[in-house]
Design a protein around this ligand. Structure first.
Ligand code: UDP
Length: 246
């Protein structure tokens, strides 16, 4: 039997991934479909942590552009990620997937606080851990959270779920000749300004040699394909770990 290529992963879901075609808010059908995909992966013994974004509800920069204090607007964004995380937690539990949510901002009545060792222990026991509330600090993003938590829990890869099937040199929705990259290094990604993740997140991944796979979440079974090493989407690594060995 084929076994998974990765045994411990971080899955990054943007807030928009939970919104489906609505473009905002939370679409329960979409969340259920994601939960089903996750169930299918953890059934193979893969340890999974999930970082959920909040852009479907609120983004700090948008608030601050309209005159709000940036830090306050960012705290609102972090709270948005907790709402999304609870929706995903609920869907996972309903699918029989043992799940624990840990928040970077303490909210004991709602979820556990973030405790690294406890998160690792949950995963070792086969539980999915959702990291909610971003890093707990304003001026950061949930992409940076994914990079930080992946380094902390020693994940082998970050799977970045998008609505396109990888990274292109220009927008494939606008330019029919846009070229898709199979493999990229973090340096290339930063130099080309491809906007897959912010530079703080990219630096953290690069410095800690954590590869990233950008793939289309809307294709059913894609999380499993990525975990089993099928060449889907775009693989991003570094000079020493940029080879796509799968
Ligand atoms: N945020 C923050 N610190 C963090 C993570 C998130 O301040 O460590 C805030 C920030 O305002 C951001 C919002 O939470 O705009 C939602 O997160 P993000 O934009 O990363 O969500 P996504 O784009 O993945 O949906």
């Amino acid at each position: 039997m084929v076994s998974p290529k990765y045994s411990r992963i971080v899955l990054k879901l943007s807030g928009e991934a939970l919104a489906g075609s609505l473009g905002f808010g939370i679409d329960p059908d979409v969340v259920n479909a994601i939960a089903r995909q996750i169930k299918d992966v953890v059934a193979h013994g893969v340890e999974m942590a999930i970082v959920v974004g909040g852009g479907n509800i609120w983004r700090g920069v948008a608030g601050s552009a309209k005159g709000m204090d940036r830090a306050t607007a960012d705290y609102m964004g972090m709270l948005a990620t907790i709402m999304n995380s609870l929706a995903l937690h609920d869907a996972l539990q309903k699918h029989g997937v043992n799940t624990r949510t840990q928040t970077a901002i303490e909210m004991k009545e709602v979820a556990e606080p973030y405790i690294r060792r406890r998160a690792i222990r949950h995963m070792e026991k086969g539980r999915v851990v959702i990291f909610a509330g971003g890093t707990g600090n304003p001026y950061f993003s949930t992409d940076t959270t994914a990079a930080l938590r992946a380094a902390e829990i020693e994940a082998q890869v970050i799977l970045m779920a998008k609505r396109v099937d990888g990274v292109y040199d220009s927008d494939p929705m606008i330019n029919p000749d846009a070229k898709k990259f199979e493999v990229l290094t973090y340096i290339e990604m930063l130099n080309r300004g491809l906007g897959i993740m912010d530079s703080t997140a990219a630096s953290l991944c690069m410095d800690n040699k954590i590869p990233l796979i950008v793939f289309d979440l809307n294709v059913d079974g894609n999380i499993k394909r990525a975990v089993f090493g099928e060449k889907i989407g775009t693989y991003i690594g570094g000079e020493s770990f940029g080879q796509r060995d799968n």
